[in-house]
Design a protein around this ligand. Structure first.
Ligand code: FES
Ligand code: FES
Length: 162
C-alpha cells in the first residue's frame, strides 16, 4: 500500500509517496535522487548505505522509509559544501584513501560522525568506528591515516573560527 510521507533530508522536507516496504535507501536513491548512499549487501553488514540518522550513523538499507518520518537524515550530499570538498573528503584524497564509489561514501559518513563526537580519536577508536565499513580490497592503513589527517584539519578549521 502506498503512503504520502515527509522526509527531512539534509535540512529540507521532501514530500514523497512510498510503498510500505520501501527502504530509506531506496527512497533516497530512486525518489530523491540522492545516490551517494549505495546498496552493497542490502543486509546491514557493509556500511555502503550509511547515512546520519538522528545524529548517528545508520544503515539506510535496514530502515523502512515510513519509519524515517520525523527523523533528521543527513547524507553525503548534505555534508559536501557546494563549491569545494569537505575537509574529510580532501583528506581521503590527499592520503590515497579513496577506494571505490561503493565503500568510500559510507566511510566518509562514518568519519564525519566519529569526528563530530570525538574530534581527536585514537587509532583504536578509529578502527572501532570504521569496523562496520567493509572493503575487502584494502588494508585500511591509508583510510586510518586519512581519518587522522581529517581530524587535524578539522581542528585547525575550528581553531581559526574561535
Ligand atoms: S547496503 Fe546497507 S549495510 Fe550493506
Ligand atoms: S569495496 Fe570499495 S574498494 Fe573495496
Amino acid at each position: 500500500m502506498s503512503k504520502d510521507i515527509t522526509l527531512n533530508v539534509n535540512g529540507i522536507d521532501h514530500h514523497v509517496n512510498i510503498q510500505g516496504n520501501e527502504t530509506l535507501l531506496k527512497v533516497l536513491r530512486d525518489k530523491l535522487g540522492l545516490t551517494a548512499a549505495k546498496e552493497g549487501c542490502g543486509a546491514g553488514e557493509c556500511g555502503a548505505c550509511a547515512v546520519i540518522y538522528n545524529g548517528s550513523p545508520a544503515s539506510s538499507c535496514l530502515i523502512l522509509a515510513v519509519e524515517a518520518e520525523g527523523v533528521e537524515i543527513l547524507t553525503l550530499e548534505g555534508i559536501t559544501p557546494k563549491d569545494h570538498l569537505h575537509p574529510i573528503q580532501q583528506a581521503f584524497i590527499d592520503k590515497g584513501a579513496v577506494q571505490c564509489g561503493f565503500c568510500t561514501p559510507g566511510m566518509i559518513i562514518t568519519t564525519y560522525s566519529l569526528l563530530k563526537s570525538n574530534p581527536d580519536p585514537s587509532e583504536d577508536e578509529i578502527k572501532k568506528a570504521i569496523s562496520g565499513n567493509l572493503c575487502r580490497c584494502t588494508g585500511y592503513v591509508q583510510i586510518i591515516e586519512a581519518i587522522r589527517e581529517a581530524a587535524r584539519r578539522l581542528k585547525r578549521v575550528k581553531g581559526r573560527r574561535k
